[in-house]
Design a protein. Structure first.
Length: 283
């Protein structure tokens, strides 16, 4: 059997469980080879810590790709997350053109939450991410990232189905045939994701209970599970439902443990159930 291979292009935040330290274990556990292209090395992620180190690896990205081209390797999927600059967006866009011909392209336009662009990004950064999303097969924005890329004002929830389905269609019109939008809620106390397939013009929703607090890295956990499910051939609606449940359980486990949330959530303990939900792990 052909083992699928995904290239994950993210920073590596050494401590704090996000980006590559989440994508690698989750995608590997799902039986998919996960190659990594680290865009930067940080001592921790940028959310909630001060004094973190940041070594930019922009200069290494093209030589890494050039070497891979000499090896004749191909990727079944390319999955990008946090990118630190317009230059990195342009390089990744070129990697999609040069190495992504037969690949499913997943873009998580990590840059904002709760109505605000992360402070490290310039105000026009969403336009760069929009250009990258135009080349993707599947994008995974949260509501803030979605409205910033669409040039619309941020609204607080609860949302209506009409509003969410309008957002999904406008996002898909940028280019991607599939959109998974996170942070969707129609009532207080429950939150989840909407998955839209433009070819079928179908939208599905998955919700869980909302746990109080803000949990770093959970967007990357969610997206890594969706990537893992899609690469294993699961339908998008099922992929989103499994990812909502896995992320929710990781948050609850962490909330109950009362640990410092800056260090990320305990997703590791949920991996055996994740594999069962995906129909794997019975070998
Ligand atoms: O989880 C997203 C993310 C990834 N990488 C870095 C971050 C963040 C969110 O803050 O700071 C470096």
């Amino acid at each position: 059997m052909h083992q699928k291979r995904v290239l994950a292009i993210h920073d590596i935040s050494c401590v704090g469980k996000c980006s590559l330290t989440v994508a690698l274990p989750i995608i590997s556990a799902a039986g998919v080879e996960c190659s990594g292209m680290p865009t930067a090395v940080l001592s921790t992620h940028t959310g909630g810590f001060t004094g973190f180190t940041y070594r930019d690896l922009t200069e290494d990205l093209v030589p890494i790709e050039e070497h891979w081209k000499t090896l004749g390797i191909a990727f079944d999927g390319i999955y990008t997350g946090f990118l630190g600059s317009f230059e990195q967006i342009d390089i990744v866009s070129k990697i999609f053109d040069e190495m992504g011909k037969g690949s499913v392209i997943f873009v998580d336009p990590v840059m904002a939450d709760n109505g605000e662009l992360y402070r490290i990004f310039p105000a026009n950064f969403p336009q760069g991410m929009r250009r990258l999303c135009a080349k993707a097969d599947l994008i995974l924005p949260n509501i803030t990232e979605a409205v910033l890329m669409l040039g619309e004002d941020y609204r607080d929830g609860p949302y209506t189905r009409e509003y969410i389905e309008g957002l999904l269609r406008r996002l898909s019109a940028i280019g991607p045939a599939k959109v998974v939008l996170t942070g969707v809620f129609f009532e207080e106390g429950r939150i989840g994701a909407a998955a839209y397939d433009a070819e079928k013009d179908e939208t599905s929703y998955s919700f869980s209970e909302r746990v109080p607090g803000y949990y770093h890295g959970t967007g990357d956990i969610f997206s890594s599970v969706v990537v893992s499910c899609v690469m294993n051939g699961l339908p998008l609606s099922e992929a989103a439902a499994i990812a909502v449940d896995f992320t929710y359980r990781s948050i609850v486990r962490t909330y109950e443990a009362g640990t410092d949330v800056r260090f990320g959530v305990n997703f590791e303990a949920g991996i055996p159930k994740l594999l069962r939900d995906m129909g794997l792990g019975r070998e």
